[in-house]
Write a protein that binds this ligand. Structure first.
Ligand code: MN
Length: 424
């Protein structure tokens, strides 16, 4: 079945040249507008399209999708219908909004209740995240951390090139872009101190990540192969995995990340489908030594997604601190899902899988303040004269991501969060 909406297709909805959301994107999200409950939507340009209203107007008839699927406050029921049906839905949406299709374009009073300016709606969490895993799949990031905290000569631990290292995170604290997060409190211990102290973290950091979301249920005991994995992956969002480095440093031995990682992780509101990302596939870095058979794969599963991180101090302009790319990932998403399930661990629609911090080869492409300011030894100079080793109170962190090729731009919009002082 055709996955890609033709690159030459235009829409009767206005799309600015720099927009992340041409008619070729058709992402999915959940929104609310004044006086109406949350429901499913897509977006073209700066226009949010109410899919429940579109279905009630009969425009999605014949797809075999019950309109009630669009009236939930999560996309879990919709994406749980599977990729084949969602693919047909995307194609139908592209048809309805094709510049030459008069059906809705020329319908009297057509906009009322179906189309909303993006500035007039509130975007909500797109899925209910049942389970959340965070990987550690960027070789540049893992190497940087290894150099900083262990041994430059043996920066990668012996397992790193043999399996996609990960941990099970917490889903309750995954929130949508626009949610402010209070500085976490917890235990920290200075290297020179005998005992730990309690107080607000002094080292709040971001982690630039992408996350993929699964759309199929598997049974306990079942494994998903690398060949099958993309049938289970609905799409991706940008993921800011906020981290408290000082809490992390003290608590993580021997069981790994805990309270340093679950005080808020922030995602972009629109799930961009793998189908929309199809034109931007590319090979990943070579994997040497060769991986075990269950991690081998056919085809290209990296994507050329340009990623930027900005810090915006209160009342100041935003300042870019990182320019990275998802294409650097050493372990790709089909390997991650195959590894997640190789032992028979079951998965569900709405589960989320973070890539791990996405660092590139050069210092301007490092995906966390820990690396950018190199453990505080290379502070970043801000336009207002202040310096940043980590994130200050009232700083906003903004991440944006998009693909571009031969004039076609498909993007994720942004994920934005402000760090507030600790809660009293
Ligand atoms: Mn992370």
């Amino acid at each position: 079945m055709k996955k890609v909406i033709g690159a030459d297709r235009g829409s009767w909805i206005r799309v600015e040249r720099e927009s992340d959301f041409p008619v070729q994107n058709v992402p999915f999200g959940i929104f609310s507008s004044e006086g109406r409950s949350a429901r499913a939507a897509t977006r073209i340009g700066d226009t949010v399209i109410d899919l429940h209203a579109l279905a009630m107007a009969g425009l999605l008839d014949g797809l075999g999708i019950n309109p009630s699927v669009f009236s939930h406050d999560t996309l879990n029921p919709l994406i749980g219908l599977g990729k084949a049906l969602c693919r047909e839905l995307r194609c139908r949406i592209a048809e309805i909004f094709d510049q030459d299709n008069p059906v809705l374009r020329d319908l009297p009073g057509k906009h009322a209740g179906i189309l909303f300016p993006v500035r007039e709606v509130k975007m909500l969490m797109p899925v209910q995240v049942g389970d959340y895993t965070d990987f550690y799949s960027s070789i540049e990031h893992a190497t940087n951390v290894g150099i900083m905290f262990r041994d430059p000569a043996n920066a990668l631990l012996p397992n790193w090139k043999h399996l996609p290292v990960g941990y099970h995170g917490r889903s309750s604290s995954i929130v949508v872009s626009g949610t402010d997060i209070h500085r976490p409190k917890g235990q920290t211990k200075a290297d020179t101190a005998e005992f730990p102290e309690f107080g607000p973290s002094r080292q709040v950091d971001f982690e630039l990540e992408m996350a993929f979301i699964t759309c199929r249920k598997t049974d306990l005991g079942q494994s998903v192969s690398t060949a099958e994995a993309e049938d289970h992956i609905f799409g991706m969002v940008i993921f800011n995995d906020l981290s408290a480095r000082d809490i992390q440093k003290w608590e993580y031995v021997p069981l790994g990340p805990f309270l340093a990682k679950n005080f808020g992780s922030v995602i972009s509101p629109w799930i961009v489908t793998l189908d929309a990302l199809e034109p931007f596939r590319m090979p990943g870095p070579p994997q040497d030594p060769p991986v075990l058979p269950y991690l081998q794969f056919e085809g290209d599963h990296n994507f050329d997604i340009r990623l930027d991180v900005f810090i915006q101090p209160d009342g100041q302009p935003e300042q870019r601190v990182c320019h990275s790319n998802y294409k650097y990932m050493y372990w790709n998403l089909v390997q991650q899902l195959a590894h997640q399930t190789v032992n028979g661990c079951n998965i569900n629609p709405g589960d989320m899988y973070g890539s791990g911090t996405i660092s590139g080869p050069t210092p301007d492409s490092f995906g966390s303040m820990l690396e950018i300011a190199w453990k505080g030894t290379r502070p970043v100079k801000m336009a207002d004269g202040t310096e940043r080793k980590f994130i200050n109170d009232n700083d906003s962190i903004i991440m944006r991501g998009y693909c571009i090729k031969e004039g076609l731009r498909i993007g994720f919009g942004e994920v934005r969060t402000r760090i507030l002082k600790e809660r009293e």
